[in-house]
Write a protein that binds this ligand. Structure first.
Ligand SMILES: C[S@@+](CC[C@H](N)C(=O)[O-])C[C@H]1O[C@@H](n2cnc3c(N)ncnc32)[C@H](O)[C@@H]1O
Length: 250
């Protein structure tokens, strides 16, 4: 039986970027085992539809290469192999435990020739400029305090005309729904998660990080400020999640 973790994490608005990153590394090194199960359970399987929606909006016309940043257990990368059969994929994450879990799924599906895992940091991508048709990140940018730097790196490695895609959870604006969702995030979700994970505080962090993440229009502005153009955003499931898409100028 694995040891239960009793850490309590500070709110993301009261810590430094270095502390936030350290916390994220610890969290994703300890919740791997039930990560996929809890994603399905806590989103009522909407996470699958959100990733599918994202992958349907991807265009592979030139390099047929996709970069999955903060790949975790590789669900987005796997969806790309399914819907875009000619692509090859680089799947990058800094948590070894998540990569190991993702690599296991890729092996089970015999997709090792399509997906290559790389241990690395989203802020320093080990790829040349203009290398991928698309760079995507699902539920990762919220965990990276310097969002602008991560987006700039994604923009650097896609071809001119290539897509930078961000799938992320937001805290809804509409007051009644916001209150209900806040109850779900701060009470129901962590107590559901407690029965499945050895690090229950990780799910309090999840709630806190969603509540402190920029609003969808503010996030569009961050994307614009990195030099991306034709910024679009698509609300999913009453706006609790958005797909953000930006294009690297030609
Ligand atoms: C919530 S998980 C998302 C995993 C996956 N993309 C999905 O759709 O389920 C966030 C992932 O981001 C990774 N991560 C966070 N900051 C990172 C960074 N700076 N560089 C690389 N990976 C990072 C974590 O290790 C974790 O695996």
């Amino acid at each position: 039986m694995e040891k239960r973790i009793t850490t309590r994490y500070k709110s993301v608005d009261s810590i430094t970027e270095t502390e936030h990153t350290g916390m994220v590394k610890e969290i994703f090194g300890t919740i791997t085992k039930r990560y996929d199960l809890l994603n399905r359970l806590l989103s009522l399987r909407r996470d699958i539809a959100w990733r599918r929606f994202t992958v349907r909006h991807m265009h592979f016309n030139r390099t047929h290469r996709y970069l999955d940043v903060a790949t975790g257990t590789a669900d987005l990368a796997l969806e790309v192999t399914r819907l875009h059969p000619q692509t090859t994929i680089a799947a990058l994450d800094f948590a070894r435990e998540m990569i190991n879990a993702g690599a296991k799924k890729v092996e089970e599906r015999n997709l090792q020739s399509r997906i290559t895992f790389i241990m690395g940091d989203a802020l320093n991508l080990p790829f040349p400029d203009n290398h991928f048709d698309v760079a995507g990140i699902a539920f990762g940018i919220r965990n990276i305090p310097n969002r602008m730097a991560a987006l700039k790196e994604m923009k650097r490695v896609v071809i001119p005309g290539g897509q930078v895609m961000v799938l992320e959870m937001h805290f809804p604006r509409q007051p009644l729904f916001r209150n209900l969702y806040s109850l779900y995030l701060t009470y129901l979700m962590p107590s559901l998660a407690r029965s499945f994970t050895r690090n229950p505080a990780a799910y309090l962090y999840l709630a806190d990080s969603i509540m402190h993440f920029p609003s969808p229009p503010d996030f569009s502005r961050i994307m614009k400020d990195t030099g991306l153009i034709t910024i679009q955003r698509y609300p999913l499931t009453l706006g609790i999640t958005y797909l953000h898409v930006g294009i690297k100028p030609e």
